[in-house]
Design a protein around this ligand. Structure first.
Ligand code: ARG
Length: 563
């Protein structure tokens, strides 16, 4: 429909003003009084053509009025062209919404997009802050997959570094059982103890460095110890990932790149990109304009570091998958680091894909008691448990008004949804405030609201029997028209969320859709309507439910059929 309308406008512009090859863009006005579609084309080309936007709009008008799909055209404001489509045209376009609910076929021939997220450090439980990279990354990956990208999701585990030396020393000194019998909490406690003792005992840090050096050199006992720590951590993390509907195509720890760094160090030296810095470290320096301090690639004692492993990681990904893009979903605190990493690979002269550090801000709880728990880490697992418990309380307090045969299952779904949606509905670039009451409310911008609206729509469809594809509809009520237009915006919201890597665009779209649906539900009878309105409204209801379900799943959230 867009292309045929664009054609008409282009033809008119070429005939009236002699301009060719104009790209006509269309918007869906938020306000129903501005019609179903609008184009700012007259404003955009006014300078070029040397006429006022209104004059240009007047020239386009007659051509559009002749279109079969158009009911009415108006010029608004300084020169916007607003269009009202015929009910037949609007209803006819709904097929595309149904299509947008199915994942596009993977474009196998296209270079893949790599999405790297979660990236926790081993030997510590996942903390609440890990939810950000984990669910932002998963939804960015889901959006790509849904839109047909060949997507590769990777968990880049922090499983290498001096912390293993510390842990080995701590276990040796204070451990009361073999590592294989330790839980993640035991390991964390040992790690904390190490830091407490190290404040008064200098020899501990040295011992830890020595232990890590031995590990790097392949000491068998230490390798076995390290492997156990990785296994213990992974097992616990897997449980949480599965509760969050998160999964990866590949989990490659930093250790995976141990034997892949030397060639890059050699290459950097040969190309004079890595030079000797103060006291013998190998460093990379950046141009003055970039304003970045030099970065260390290899320490004075010959030890490789985080950056060295990221260089090897980037190289490995390029040679293995030849991707079109690598997206690193990482805390904004590492901005300088990623700029240095990207500038370094640039200097090395590699043939690079698009590299992007996808940043996110901090998250804090509106409820203070959540941030000041004992110890220094608030575990993601505890918050997830808390979310489910609170969801169960909400369900219980609603009594009969919530219909479910499985209150526990519903609480799990609502709790996970509330937590994740509380994150994903906010602009990732800003600091976020998480508020339990808001996250669990039934009538705000929340997962329970989406879940409830979905269940309401499904129950209507199931009472109506099957939703049939509508035939011709002569007229639309205001609420029908507005719901229909919102449904037609689904694909666009998916595309916007994917290109800008902003899941909150999809979240906010779903919220708008639920509001439109509920407003339609309140005003227009559905099951009690006469035919053909009844079938049409059931059809709209079914499509709404499908869109909510698809969108929520892309945000890692499940929706119930009953509630
Ligand atoms: N594990 C790191 C941390 O916790 C984040 C890793 C980010 N990804 C990367 N390729 N450097 O800080």
């Amino acid at each position: 429909m867009f292309s045929s309308l664009s054609n008409t406008v282009q033809k008119a512009l070429s005939a009236e003003c002699g301009v060719e090859d104009i790209v006509v863009t269309w918007e869906r006005p938020h306000d129903a009084s501005h019609g179903d579609l609008a184009t700012p084309i007259a404003l955009q080309i006014s300078k070029k053509v040397g006429k006022t936007p209104r004059e240009i709009a007047e020239m386009i008008l007659p051509a559009l009025e002749g279109e079969e799909t158009i009911e009415k055209v108006e010029i608004a404001g300084p020169g916007y062209v607003n269009i009202w489509l015929t009910p037949t045209a609007l209803v006819g376009a709904l097929g595309s919404v149904r299509q947008a609910c199915t994942a596009k076929v993977k474009r196998e021939n296209e270079a893949p997009v790599i999405v790297e997220y979660s990236q926790p450090n081993i030997a510590k439980p996942l903390g609440i802050h890990h939810i950000l990279s984990t669910v932002i990354g998963q939804s960015v990956a889901n959006l790509h997959t849904h839109l047909g990208f060949n997507t590769i999701s990777i968990n880049h585990l922090g499983d290498w570094g001096t912390q293993f030396g510390k842990l080995a020393v701590a276990l040796d000194k204070w451990g009361d059982k073999p590592v294989t019998e330790c839980s993640l909490d035991d390991l964390l406690a040992l790690y904390v103890q190490f830091h407490e003792q190290a404040e008064s005992d200098d020899t501990l840090e040295d011992a830890a460095r020595e232990a890590f050096r031995k590990l790097e050199q392949g000491d068998e006992e230490l390798r076995a110890f390290w492997q156990s720590v990785v296994d213990i951590t992974m097992a616990e993390m897997e449980t949480i990932y599965s509760r969050l509907h998160v999964s990866f195509d590949h989990t490659h720890g930093e250790s995976f790149y141990e034997d892949k760094m030397q060639p890059i160090i050699d290459e950097g030296k040969e190309k004079d990109v890595f030079v000797e810095g103060e006291n013998g470290a190998l460093i990379v320096e950046f141009s003055e304009e970039s304003n970045m301090p030099p970065a260390i690639v290899v320490k004075a004692d010959g030890a490789t570091i985080y950056l060295t492993r990221d260089l090897a990681t980037t190289s490995y990904r390029i040679t293995t998958w030849n991707p079109q893009a690598i997206l690193y979903i990482v805390d904004v605190a590492q901005s300088l680091y990623f700029q240095q990493l990207f500038a370094t690979v640039e200097k090395l002269g590699w043939d690079l894909p698009h590299l992007e550090h996808v940043v996110f801000g901090r998250m804090r709880f509106a409820d203070k008691s959540m941030s000041t728990r004992k110890g220094n880490i608030l575990k993601l697992e505890e918050v997830l448990d808390e979310a489910e418990k609170r969801a169960a309380d909400v369900i219980a307090s609603h009594g009969d008004r919530i219909q479910t045969q499985d209150p526990e299952g519903l609480a799990t779904m609502m709790g996970q949804g509330a937590l994740v949606y509380g994150v994903l509905s906010q602009n990732r670039k800003m600091d976020m405030v998480f508020d339990w009451d808001k996250a669990l409310s039934f009538d705000g911008n929340s997962a329970p609201y989406l879940q409830y609206t979905h269940a309401r729509a499904r129950s209507i469809v199931s009472k109506a029997g099957d939703a049939v594809e509508p035939n011709t509809i002569d007229a639309l009520s205001d609420k029908e028209r507005s719901l229909l237009n919102t449904l037609l915006g689904f694909e666009n919201s998916l595309q916007d969320a994917q290109t800008s890597l902003m899941p909150h665009i999809l979240a906010n779209y779903l919220f708008d859709l639920c509001q439109d649906y509920n407003s339609f539900y309140n005003d227009d009878p559905i099951l009690k309507a006469e035919e053909p309105a009844r079938s049409f409204r059931v059809y709209l209801t079914c499509l709404t439910a499908d869109v909510i379900k698809t969108g929520a799943q892309l945000l890692t959230i499940s929706v119930p059929d009953r509630m």
